[in-house]
Structure formats: C-alpha cells, structure tokens
Design a protein around this ligand. Structure first.
Ligand SMILES: Nc1ncnc2c1ncn2[C@@H]1O[C@H](COP(=O)(O)OP(=O)(O)OP(=O)(O)O)[C@@H](O)[C@H]1O
Length: 588
C-alpha cells in the first residue's frame, strides 16, 4: 500500500518495480523478433537450394527445422503475453489502496460520482492496455530497424522501399495522435457521465417508479445514449480511416517490395528466393506500426489515464502519521468562531460557532430548516472542513489524530442512514474484525435494537446492504445508532436520530443518550421534536448558519418562550424591529 504520494510520476515507479518481469518481456521480444526471420530464411532456402537441387531430404530437413522454430516461437509468444498480463495485474494490485484513498478524498471534496470513479476507471484502462496487444507494438517498434537492416543486406533498394513505407506509417501515427488526443478525452468524460446517469437511475428506482417517471427517465437515457453514439461515431471517424489506410498501405507496400524484388531478379541482382523473403520481412518490419495504429485509441486512452492518475495522486496530501498518539479525549469540547464550508462549493454554511461543553453534557441542536444544524455536526465529526476558527477535543485539534483514530472517539448518526454491505454485526462494529461480540451486543442493547436483531433471519449475522436484507427506516436508524455508540466514543453526534422512530424507539434513544452522558461522553443531538429534550441539559439554537442562543436547556427555553411572547404582543412596527435587533445582539 502506498502511503506517500508526493512524487513525480509515481506510476512509473510502481510499474518499474516489476523490473524483472519487464526485462523478461524485452528479452523474449528480442528472441521472438530474431525467430521471426525463420519464415523468410526457410523460403529463401527452399527456393534457392531445395528447388534447384530437387532434393527431398533437404526440403524435409528444412521443414522439420522450421517446425521446431515455430513451436518454440509459439511458446515464447504465449509466455510473453502471460508475463504482460501478470505485469498489468501487479500494477493494479499495487495501486488498489491508493485508488481507494483517492476515491475517498474525491468524494469528500464533493466531486460528482463520475469524477469520483475516475481513478478506478483509469486503472482499468491502463491494466487493459498493458495486458492487451497494444504494448507489443511499442516493444517491437525498435525492431523495425533490425528488419530494415536485413532487407538492406538482401538489397539496398529493398531496404529503402520499406524505409519509405515505415516513414509514411509513422507520419500517419503522429498525425493521428494529434487528432485522437482531445477526442478520446471527450469520449472518456462522456462514458463516465453515462455510467453515473444509469447508476443514479438505479439508486432512485423506487421514486422513479412510484412517481411515474419510468418512461421519461428511459427517454432521457436513450437521448443521452444516442448523443453519445453520435459524438463517438464522429470523433472516431478519423481513427477508423487511418486504420483502413494503414492496412491498405501495408498491402500496397508488400506488392511494391515484391515488384522491386522482381525487378532485381530480372536485372540479375538477386535470386528468386529474395523476392518472397523480402515480402515476408517487409510485412514483419511494418507489423509493429500497424499494430500500434490498430490499438492507438486504447494507447491514447491509457496515456491520458496515466496522466490523470499521476495528477490525482500528486495532489493527494501525504497520509498523516502522528508519531505521538494522544490519549482518548474524556474532558471537553471547545469551539471558537468555527466556520464550516461545503467542500464542493466552498460556500460557508456555518459561521461564528462558539461554545464549549464538558464531559457528560447533552446538547440539543435546534433551529429552522436550513439553519446549519447538520452542517455544524458534519464539521465537528470531520466530514466537512472547518474553514475558520478552532474546534478542540481536550485541547487538541482534530488533525492531531488520524482520521481513523478520531473516528474511534466519535460516533455519528447521519440523517439518511446508509448501512454498508456486510452483516448486522459487522455494520455495528464498523467492520472492526478484531472487535468482540460483547461490545457489539452492548451497543445494540444501548440503542434498543438487540431484540429486533434477534428476530432477523440470521440474527446478528444477517447480511445487509446491496444484496442483503433491507431494513425499514426505523430499523436502519436504530442499527445506525448502535453503530454510532459502538466502542463508547467520547463525542456522539446524532442528526435527527428519532425521525423514523416510534414511541418505544424514542424512549430507548432517550435512555441511550442518558447512558452516554452518564459514562462521561458528550452528546450533540439535532432534533425537531421535543421528546428528546428530556435527555439533554443544554440547548443550542441555530439560525442563518449561526448559533443564536446557547446555554442550559431550561434557560434557553425560557428565553425562547419570552421571545415568542414579545413577538405575540401587538406593537408598532418600529418598536418591533428595535426589539428584534436587540435580542439578536444579546444572544450573539
Ligand atoms: N450538500 C450540500 N451542498 C451544498 N449546500 C448544502 C449542502 N447541504 C446543505 N447545504 C446548505 O447548507 C445550509 C445549511 O443546511 P443544513 O443541512 O445544515 O441545515 P439544517 O439546519 O440541518 O436543515 P434541516 O433541519 O432541514 O436538516 C443550507 O443553506 C443548505 O442549502
């Protein structure tokens, strides 16, 4: 697994860690290119010695020899392809961890799902290219000179003719590269968006069906598909033309070489065997270029993926590795003028948040919709960046722990609870393979979900998630609560944890919050309902992305009801405004 990314062309480093295998491929390629002469030599010997002498033993002897060479050549060819597949697989394996980290960071920074998937698609693209025929064209490219030298040894005119052909094909490849580059980038982006579109439809299939949008969504998908195919067809046209021209040019060149050979034979400057041998040799000489032109689109795609991956990896911050491990926080949290931003837009959604709480505190975060309650929670548990101000746990800023360490001290229940693919126990234990079942059951009991889990087909071992059992909204919320409480985190942040709960569930939740507070944890709970107020001792009122009031629960409630009473009294408009602005100042 890669931990430090700030290196120029990191991918090349990873690929060339396979030096042994790459060296093996180059050696086998050299051998194969030399063995490729066998066909031409055989033909020359048959025409120039076996045929004139009418010697059957010579013919059969030569045939046996060339058969052996072909068998060996076949074995080398298979071995070379296998080695390339292994190199591609190792390259992919070595990048897996880094790709996952890149995806996590891209998703955290608010990128779209197609952008987030880019590193995976790019590694796929490079691996497919490396394990396909594409690299063989590149590896065999220098061997064009070898075949040109042999052809020139047969006759300088033969070498010259093929050299001109090679230059024309190389020029075509060069020109095609300029045309292809931008087009392949456009097609790659469109392919990613198309995949994201169908994935979006899949995710929201229930809403699409229930609201009668199936035909409209299908129409959108078909339109997008038609547009994609139209653009792809237009963009790929020059490439297909170049491939066709390359194939015909190669055939033409072979006939041209044959003609030059025939002219040399007529002029008694070469033997008849030379005609056929040079025809085969010219085909071999130009094969790498032809192969490259054939797989040029994949080559350009892989090259772009390579650059994109390098850019992504180089932009990734080095993974934090704190030398000093801080103790588990147990005392307090402090916020001083904290501002939270949305990662994708960098819009500030919470500002001037200043308050403190000590061990055992329970804080209800209330306020109207869009007032910044969830955003504040996201900032405190490290999902969204704190752009200004300070948040400290026992005096330390969150970045003094690694994300995973901090995660162990934090419990978070989001508004939309997503359980991951795995069993109920795995989900509750946050996939901590080393975690003990007692802690899982304890967290489930605390969340009041133990009895419900026992009713599931396989109890705690029931698979959930993508292909597993789907739970109801309330069940999901309670399993999510157990997951948040697992490991007795110091800071427990619950975002509307009772939105799907019935009376019994709410009672269990109140008990759970009291239990956490009783053991010295701090609970922040966003709620629109008064039921949970029984479990807290403090209240934070949010409005317009800022705390409006903070203090002991009953005091804040009294101030709020006082405000309401003032607002209810009929007052002249000017007096009303003065009162409102005075209150805001006081609470701020
Ligand atoms: N993913 C997001 N991308 C951009 N802006 C967002 C995002 N989520 C929230 N916001 C913005 O942040 C502001 C605060 O939203 P937030 O969800 O924190 O409010 P809230 O008080 O929790 O609302 P509710 O009670 O409805 O959940 C809103 O103006 C909202 O438009």
């Amino acid at each position: 697994m890669i931990t430090l990314m700030n290196k120029a062309d990191l991918l090349r480093g990873i690929l060339f860690r396979n030096k042994g295998a790459i060296g093996g491929v180059l050696i086998i390629s050299a051998l194969l290119n030399v063995l490729l002469l066998a066909g031409s030599i055989y033909m020359m010997l048959v025409y120039d010695s076996a045929l004139p002498s009418h010697s059957l033993p010579t013919l059969f002897g030569l045939f046996a020899l060339v058969t052996l060479v072909y068998l060996f050549q076949g074995a080398c060819d298979i071995q070379r392809s296998r080695m390339l597949i292994d190199i591609a697989a190792t390259f992919d394996q070595r990048l897996t961890g880094a790709v996952h980290r890149a995806m996590t960071l891209l998703a955290q920074s608010g990128r779209t799902s197609s952008e987030t998937m880019t590193p995976v698609n790019d590694v796929d693209q490079i691996r497919n290219f490396l394990s396909g025929p594409g690299p063989l064209g590149l590896i065999d490219l220098p061997w064009i000179l070898f075949f040109l030298a042999i052809l020139s040894m047969l006759h300088i005119w033969l070498g010259f003719t093929v050299l001109i052909g090679a230059i024309i094909l190389a020029l075509m490849t060069f020109l095609m590269d300029g045309v292809t580059n931008r087009r392949v980038a456009v097609i790659t982006t469109m392919t990613g968006r198309r995949r994201a579109m169908i994935e979006g439809h899949r995710r929201h299939i229930d809403v699409i069906r229930a609201l009668g949008m199936t035909q409209r969504m299908r129409g959108k998908w078909v339109d997008a598909g038609n547009h994609y195919l139209d653009v792809q067809g237009r963009m790929l046209a020059p490439m297909t033309t170049a491939q066709g021209v390359s194939r015909v040019s190669r055939q033409f060149l072979q006939s041209l070489v044959l003609t030059v050979g025939a002219l040399l034979v007529i002029g008694q400057e070469a033997t008849p065997g030379v005609i056929f041998a040079s025809s085969i040799l010219s085909a071999r000489a130009l094969a790498p270029l032809d192969q490259l032109i054939g797989s040029w689109r994949n080559f350009v795609g892989a090259r772009q993926s390579w650059h994109r991956l390098n850019q992504i990896f180089n932009a990734m911050p080095a993974e934090r590795c704190n030398d000093t491990q801080l103790p588990v926080p147990t005392q307090r949290i402090d916020l001083r003028s904290v501002a939270v931003t949305v990662p994708s837009t960098r819009v500030v959604v919470v500002q001037n948040a200043s308050f403190a709480a000590s061990a055992g505190a329970g804080i209800a975060v209330i306020g109207p919709s869009g007032s910044g309650k969830s955003s504040l929670i996201k900032g405190l548990v490290g999902i969204w960046p704190i752009a200004a101000g300070e948040f400290r746990l026992d005096g330390a800023t969150p970045d003094q722990w690694t994300a995973d360490e901090l995660g162990r001290h934090t419990g978070y229940l989001p508004q939309d609870v997503d359980l991951l693919e795995g069993t109920v126990a795995e989900n509750i234990s946050r996939f901590d393979g080393a975690g003990d079942s007692t802690a899982v059951v304890r967290a489930a009991k605390l969340a009041g979900v133990h009895e419900m889990i026992l009713q599931l087909p396989q109890g705690y071992d029931t698979p959930l998630g993508t292909d597993g059992l789907s739970l109801s909204g309330g069940q999901r919320q309670r399993v999510g609560l157990a997951r948040a409480m697992y490991g007795d985190p110091f800071l427990l942040a619950l975002d509307e944890p009772n939105s799907h709960l019935d009376g019994e569930g709410e009672a269990a939740l109140v008990n759970a919050i009291l239990e956490v507070r009783g053991r010295g944890g701090i609970v922040l709970v966003v709620t629109h309902r008064p039921t949970l107020l029984a479990a807290v001792d403090k209240m934070l009122v949010m409005g317009n992305g800022q705390p409006q009031m903070y203090g002991p629960r009953d005091e804040v409630m009294a101030r709020m009801s006082g405000k309401e009473r003032i607002a209810e009294q009929p007052q002249p408009p000017a007096a009303n405004e003065a009162q409102a602005s005075g209150d805001e100042k006081a609470s701020a």
